[in-house]
Each structure stands twice: as structure tokens, then as C-alpha cells.
Design a protein around this ligand. Structure first.
Ligand code: FAD
Ligand code: NAD
Length: 467
């Protein structure tokens, strides 16, 4: 019957659309509700995909301008067409959102455009611009994601005090930008703009960039970002930011506790994101978000209401697209009575700077805090023939291995194509392949992934063998 479903998914980000597709594959009648006119959520529209498109374009420009000559390639009059730079990004987004429309049709998933709000445990009202519909469903999956957060003293006005969302669609290349926060968004957006000639300063509260990752990665990343002339101010606390009309003015306490002021074309706020549940009318079903705004779920990702599940950025855990996707599949399979599992410890983290940063498993800091003994195997890309060939010698592979069984406890990489190399590390941890076994696999030569073999050889006491 019309508007009667087995499963209604609220939110069409990577959590929501994957959940809807998996549920449809399992034979359920499924609808997806999205308040915006395009599908794909943060990731596809204003997150992963547009950010990667601009990262790629800016890296091409930077290479053509500053590195081609070393390869013997002379290119004159290199210039950036900023309008085309942004337009290509929008085209990439559009290709992906159209792909999702196709996938919804292919899987016979009904798309309802409008804000979904609960009427009761089996009914959801969808308020669109020109009509209101009420959907009936046996199950609901809340996948409403997150929005940027700010800090006291800083009001995002989307004009001069902006977030990554505005930063992905600026009208002209800024001459200068201050970024508050040296986390993932901070360093990725800093890379985009510094590569195309914007004077970028990152103000970070803690003592390192990407502070939740292994400390050595943050240090190495800072070194490589300094080659792009990105200024990094650590141990610095932003107190306020103001739109002066023609610029943004940021006041902060520096590492010595002195008040400082910076002025730039834009101030981008990248201090984390908060779960988004506005408009859902959760009180109608008796769900109260936690203090940090997230929805509490159990090990089955079930909320306090048995037929309502929640996934992705709106619940606890890393705010990552692939984590949301895994949870999307998980919930559909749980509803179907299957027994899926997610190994949260091995969800990889990737930062798309150049070189890229990627990690899975425990950091050295975590192992120390837990009193776990470990051996370190490290191999620098400076010693890799593949990296020398492409002039990508910054960075290293670091593996952390249990001395007793050779179990891989963590892998931390900063280097070329680290985002792709990390996949093997996830496999090895998930299936408990030992460092000794990994050291004796045959890796193609010369490759970036070969550096892993040497790191495992070092960790198992033999010593590196390749160049
Ligand atoms: P979202 O993608 O946020 O989707 C939620 C959807 O729900 C939205 O479309 C929203 O409009 C809709 N919605 C909300 N409330 C309602 C309602 N009441 N009714 C109807 N619809 C509603 N992660 C990575 O893994 N890799 C990356 O490279 C990466 N890069 C990023 C770059 C940037 C600049 C940003 C901001 C984020 C990035 N992320 C990345 C994080 C990633 O985007 C999120 O973790 C991911 O999108 C979360 O997916 P989700 O499905 O939980 O929610
Ligand atoms: P984040 O948590 O990665 O970093 C926020 C940074 O801001 C931290 O380093 C924190 O110490 C700093 N900070 C907080 N308050 C501050 C203050 N008052 N002054 C100065 N610095 C301050 O958050 P983000 O970079 O905003 O990213 C949000 C989410 O989006 C993250 O959870 C991330 O996982 C996700 N994301 C992922 C990717 C990727 O996977 N490549 C890319 C972009 C975003």
C-alpha cells in the first residue's frame, strides 16, 4: 500500500543510503527520507567527495607550479581558474548524487523529500516544500548525521566566519585564511588553500596537529605542511572571532598565554561536528538525546525504542563515512535476523593531505596507557625506491606488534597513497595475520605498500631488506 513500509530510513548520507540499499536487497519495502533536494548527505554534498575533489585539483596545480620542473617538464604561464576549480568540484558532487538517484530506483526504494519528524513509534510525518506525507513503517533507521560545531566567542555567520561547507564553494580565491582547529578538516582545507596560494594559519588548541592520531603522525604532518608555508600555532586557544565587514579578525591566547590577533579574508571554524537531531520530534517516541546531542544505542544499534535504530554520525564513535556505511548494513542485517559484526577497533582513519595519513588499530600512546608491551617496526619512505621515483619521500610506515604472538596491534602511515595502503593492515588485524607472516608475503616491487614488508621485518627482528 502507498506510504506503508517495512523500513523507513531518515537521512540519505552514507549511513542512510547504504542501509536502505542493504534492506532492499534483503527483500524489504523501503523508503528513504531526505530534507534536502539531493541525496548523499554531508559526505557526498559538503564533505568527503567535494573535499577530495578540491584536494586533487589543488595538488595538480601545486605540482604543475612547483614540482614539474624537477621532472624536466617546462610549463609556462600556469594560472588557476578558480571558478572552474569550484565548478569541477560541483560536477563531481553532481555525478555522485545522480548515481544515488539511480541506485534508489534500481533497488525500488521510495525517496520522500522533506523533514522527517516522528508522530509516534510507527508513523513519520515528512514535511516538504509543497506537501506533507505521513509514512507508516514497522522499523525506522535514524541516520540524520551531524553539523559543524563552534566554540564560545565564535559565531559562524557563513560570510567571513565560515565552516568547511562554505569553504568548499567560495566565490574567489582568498588571499588569507585562519583555520581554527588542526584536526582532519583543518589540515585538509589548509592544504587545499595553501596549494593555490592562500596564506593559511592553523590555530590548534592542543600540542599537535591531528591530535587523536598517533603523535608521530602529527609531528611529521606538520613538517610537510610547513613546506606549503602553512603556519601552525599549537597550544593556542581562540577566544573570539569577528566579521569586520571586509575580513575576519581572530583573537587568541598563544602558547605563552599572550593575547594575539590575526586578520584574514576568512576564518574557517573546524573544531569538530555535533550530532544532528533537530526536527525529528524524538520526544514523540520517548527518545532523549544524550548531553552531547547523540542518540544512545545498544550493541545492536537499537535505541531505547525497539523498532527504531540509529547509525552514523548521530550516534557514538568516529564521525566517518565508512563507519556510517558499516552501521547501515549492520542494522539492515540485524532487522533481518542475521548476526553481522563491526570491529570498531579496526576502522581506518585517513587524512587526505599529501602525503596522506592513514592508521588502523591502537596508537603508541594508547598502548602505553594500557600497559601493553609492543615492538615498533618503522620504515621511512626516503628508503623506498618507489617513493624516490615519484619524489614522495616524506613520511614512514610504523607498525606496532605484540612481541609474544606477533599480533599486529596498530599501523600508522604517513606517505604516498597511505589511504589505499592501509586496507591491507585492516585485513591483517581483522584476520589476525601475524607480523612474521606479513613480512614473508611477496609484495610487488617497487610499490608504496612494500614499505609495510620492511616495517614488519624490522618489527620481527630481521631488519629491512628492500630499497
Ligand atoms: P550525513 O552524511 O550527515 O547525512 C545525514 C543526512 O540526514 C543529511 O543529508 C541531512 O540533510 C539528513 N537529515 C537530517 N535530519 C533530517 C530529517 N529530520 N529529515 C530528513 N532528512 C534529515 N568521512 C570519511 O570517512 N572520509 C572523508 O574523507 C571525509 N571527509 C569529510 C570532509 C568534510 C569537509 C566533512 C564535513 C566531513 C567529512 N567526512 C569524511 C565525514 C563524513 O562526511 C560523515 O562521517 C558522514 O557523512 C556521516 O554520514 P551519516 O550518514 O551519518 O550522516
Ligand atoms: P576534529 O575533531 O578532527 O578536529 C577538531 C580540532 O579542533 C581538534 O584538533 C581540536 O583540538 C581543535 N580545537 C577544538 N577547540 C579548539 C579551540 N578552541 N581552538 C583551537 N583548536 C580547537 O574535527 P574536524 O576537523 O572539525 O572534523 C569533524 C569530523 O569530520 C571529524 O570527526 C572527522 O572524522 C570527520 N572528517 C573526516 C575526514 C576524513 O576522514 N578524511 C575529513 C574531514 C572530516
Amino acid at each position: 500500500m502507498e506510504n506503508q513500509y517495512d523500513i523507513v530510513v531518515i537521512g540519505s548520507g552514507p549511513g542512510g543510503y547504504v542501509s536502505a540499499i542493504r534492506a532492499a536487497q534483503l527483500g524489504y519495502r523501503v523508503a528513504i527520507v531526505e530534507k534536502y533536494n539531493t541525496l548523499g548527505g554531508t559526505c557526498t554534498n559538503v564533505g568527503c567527495i567535494p573535499a577530495k575533489a578540491l584536494l586533487d585539483s589543488s595538488e595538480h596545480y601545486h605540482q604543475a607550479k612547483d614540482q614539474f620542473h624537477a621532472h624536466g617538464i617546462q610549463v609556462d604561464n600556469i594560472a588557476l581558474d578558480f571558478t572552474q576549480f569550484i565548478r569541477r568540484k560541483s560536477e563531481v558532487v553532481q555525478q555522485n548524487t545522480s548515481g544515488l538517484v539511480y541506485l534508489m530506483k534500481k533497488n525500488k526504494i521510495d525517496v520522500h523529500t522533506g523533514v522527517g519528524s516522528f508522530v509516534d513509534k510507527t508513523h513519520l510525518k515528512v514535511t516538504g516544500t509543497d506537501k506533507t506525507t505521513v509514512l507508516t513503517s514497522r522499523y525506522f533507521v535514524i541516520a540524520t548525521g551531524s553539523k559543524p560545531s563552534s566554540i564560545p566567542g565564535v559565531t559562524i555567520d557563513k560570510q567571513r566566519i565560515i565552516t568547511s561547507t562554505e569553504g568548499l564553494s567560495l566565490a574567489a580565491r582568498p588571499a588569507s585564511m585562519v583555520i581554527i582547529g588542526g584536526g582532519v578538516i583543518g589540515v585538509e582545507m589548509a592544504s587545499v588553500y595553501a596549494r593555490i596560494g592562500t596564506e593559511v594559519t592553523i590555530i590548534e588548541y592542543t600540542d599537535s596537529l591531528i591530535p587523536t592520531m598517533d603523535k608521530e603522525l602529527g609531528k611529521a604532518l606538520q613538517k610537510t605542511l610547513s613546506k606549503l608555508h602553512i603556519r601552525v600555532l599549537l597550544n593556542s586557544k581562540v577566544q573570539s572571532a569577528a566579521n569586520t565587514g571586509t575580513s575576519a579578525s581572530v583573537q587568541f591566547l598563544d602558547a605563552a598565554g599572550q593575547t594575539q590577533q590575526l586578520t584574514a579574508d576568512y576564518c574557517m571554524v573546524a573544531v569538530g561536528r555535533k550530532a544532528y537531531t533537530e526536527g525529528l520530534n524524538l520526544s514523540a517516541v520517548g527518545i532523549t538525546p544524550e548531553k552531547n546531542g547523540k542518540i544512545k544505542v545498544d550493541a545492536q544499534l537499537q535505541t531505547s525504542v525497539p523498532n527504531i535504530y540509529a547509525i552514523g554520525d548521530v550516534i557514538d564513535g568516529p564521525m566517518l563515512a565508512h563507519k556510517a556505511e558499516e552501521e547501515g548494513t549492520f542494522v539492515a542485517e540485524v532487522i533481518h535476523g542475521l548476526k553481522p559484526h563491526i570491529k570498531y577497533d579496526f576502522i581506518p582513519s585517513v587524512v587526505y593531505t599529501w602525503p596522506e595519513v592513514a592508521a588502523a588499530g591502537a596508537t603508541e600512546e594508547q598502548l602505553k596507557a594500557q600497559g601493553v608491551t609492543y615492538k615498533v617496526g618503522k620504515f621511512p619512505y626516503l628508503a623506498s625506491a618507489r617513493a624516490r621515483a615519484s619524489m614522495d619521500t616524506d613520511g614512514f610506515v610504523k607498525v606496532l606488534v605484540s612481541p609474544q604472538y606477533g599480533e599486529v596491534l596498530g599501523v600508522h602511515i604517513i606517505g604516498p597513497r597511505a589511504a589505499d595502503v592501509i586496507a591491507q593492515c585492516v585485513v591483517s588485524m581483522e584476520y589476525e595475520i601475524t607480523a612474521g607472516e606479513l613480512a614473508h608475503l611477496c609484495y610487488a616491487h617497487p610499490t608504496y605498500s612494500e614499505a609495510l614488508k620492511d616495517a614488519y621485518l624490522v618489527a620481527t627482528g630481521q631488519g629491512a631488506i628492500n630499497i
